[in-house]
Design a binder for this molecule. Structure first.
Ligand code: SAH
Length: 260
């Protein structure tokens, strides 16, 4: 076993080719920071045709994944002490950045991908958590699984070139990130804000804080009431920006990354 292990039970292992060509994640695989092991559900299928699905009891559209192959595949995976099994389902808890951070303390995540109409209800008892990647329905759990692998891997130490880029990014503190600019200075008559050229790091930091709050207020007001560590009593500038927009605000900490 290398650093962090993802063990994925899927009927479409080929879907995971994507992670072999996706920059930061591919590099993490090459550096053995993560390992992605695929368990082809077909190999655990029943009978000469390796059957993995069947018609639903009670009738209705579509096919349902049978429990036996998934149980067999799950049993065949060697589990570490810090392992969790996640079941991909649109009925699960909607994935948040803080879930990815929470799972960093594990060293193994087993992911079960559904297909077709879904899976036999009894499969749910294998899962420690049921996860949805949003309130929409995809045809299989592979894209949700890749989202989790991607989102978690980029948080692992050694994966990103500059780990500082994790600190301010969107959803870390329930705020969206501030706007970024790079060269050229003027593009199609749009100029980079002067403050970013000032070299005054303190002022730039304050400007960015302000932009994070403004941007969240404009686009995702729902996030503000929940948690906002940029709002400190002593930080009068933030307080002013927020209070101009809303009346009440709960104060909670930034997401804490584990000590590695
Ligand atoms: N009939 C099911 C949906 C089946 S979609 C229902 O209404 O609940 C087929 C499979 O795709 C699911 O079993 C699940 O593994 C995956 N899937 C689809 N949408 C998803 C989402 N938003 N999040 C996580 N997994 C999803």
């Amino acid at each position: 076993m290398s650093g962090f292990n993802f063990d994925v039970i899927t009927l479409f292992p080929k879907a995971f080719e994507l992670i072999k060509n996706s920059g930061v994640i591919t590099r993490a695989l090459e550096k053995n920071l993560v390992d992605v092991n695929l368990y082809d559900l077909r190999e655990y299928g029943e009978g000469p045709y390796r059957q993995v699905d069947d018609k639903p009891y009670g009738g209705g559209a579509g096919m349902v994944l049978k429990p036996e192959p998934i149980f067999k595949a799950h049993a065949s995976i060697k589990k570490s002490l810090k392992s969790k099994t996640l079941l991909m389902t649109p009925q699960g808890k909607v994935l948040k950045q803080k879930d990815l951070v929470r799972w960093l303390t594990l060293d193994q995540i087993i992911i079960i991908c559904g297909q077709y109409e879904g899976f036999d209800e009894r499969i749910r008892c294998l899962a420690d958590e049921e996860i949805s990647i949003g309130d929409y329905v995809l045809s299989g759990g592979e894209i949700p699984a890749i989202s989790i692998i991607n989102g978690l891997t980029r948080l692992l130490p050694g994966t990103l070139g500059d780990p500082a880029s994790l600190v301010d990014e969107s959803h870390n503190s329930n705020l969206l990130e501030y706007p970024h600019y790079t060269r050229p200075l003027i593009f199609k008559k749009m100029k980079v804000p002067d403050i970013l050229l000032s070299g005054n790091h303190e002022e730039i930091k304050l400007w960015r804080n302000k932009k994070m709050i403004e941007r969240t207020m404009e686009r995702r007001k729902d996030l503000i009431g929940k948690q906002n560590s940029v709002y400190h009593e002593e930080n009068s500038q933030n307080k002013e920006v927020i209070n101009n927009s809303i009346n009440t605000l709960e104060v909670i900490e930034f997401i804490d990354y584990p000590d590695w």
